[in-house]
Design a protein around this ligand. Structure first.
Ligand code: GTP
Ligand code: MG
Length: 181
């Protein structure tokens, strides 16, 4: 098992899926309409994380960063949250046509664990889980998937917990269908 003194979580995904909002909702425990393109890198101290390990959370912004910087951040990450928006079909399609292949090809050495994150569940009354299950069959590096909302805070702390867990206790795929509010 890999022992780590810290966990570095990177969020990637299409524009406007809510990467920055997810990070800032976690930190402030409330949703803010006005978020910058890119959140500052934040460090959560060990004593307030479920696994008692200092955790760095890193945002990506295509308007502020180059493709080269993105690849560099992927290589520095211990786990990547690939975010799509459940109300935006294109953003989910790009998970398989762009983001997962990019993470896979950028990762050096052992496969980089991925958490698949469907944000904005507050906007829809369906689940994307059927599509997500078939994606998970194709990409075993996906450790878990979660549907959440930066707006209502649903499954936000769970999402970051699964990311931590994927690094510290990799288990193989875990399906998270129902939320704990
Ligand atoms: P880029 O920085 O451009 O790549 O976008 P991003 O992925 O960081 O998205 P951002 O957090 O800027 O959010 C984009 C828009 O979606 C903003 O208007 C947010 O207020 C909105 N948004 C983010 N999360 C949610 C959510 O859970 N529900 C709803 N309804 N809106 C959300
Ligand atoms: Mg952003």
């Amino acid at each position: 098992m890999v022992m780590r003194k810290s966990v570095r979580i990177l969020l990637v995904g299409d524009r406007s899926v809510g990467k920055t909002s997810l990070i800032l909702s976690l930190v402030s425990e409330e949703f803010n309409e006005d978020v910058p393109p890119k959140a500052e890198e934040i460090t959560i101290p060990a004593d307030v994380t479920p696994e008692q390990v200092p955790t760095h959370i890193v945002d990506f912004s295509a308007v502020e960063q180059t493709e080269e910087q993105l690849v560099d951040e992927i290589q520095r990450a211990h786990v990547v949250c690939v975010v799509y928006s459940v109300d935006d079909e294109d953003s989910l399609e790009h998970v398989t046509t762009h983001w997962l292949p990019l993470v896979r090809s950028s990762a050096q050495g052992s496969p980089l664990p991925v958490i698949l994150v469907g944000n904005k569940v507050d906007l829809v009354d369906y689940s994307t889980i059927d599509m997500v299950m078939s994606i998970m069959e194709e990409y075993p590096e996906i450790e878990s998937c979660v549907e959440c909302s930066a707006r209502t805070l649903k499954n936000i702390s769970e999402m970051f917990y699964y990311a931590q867990k994927a690094v510290l206790h990799p288990t193989g795929p875990l399906y998270v269908l129902e939320s704990q509010d």
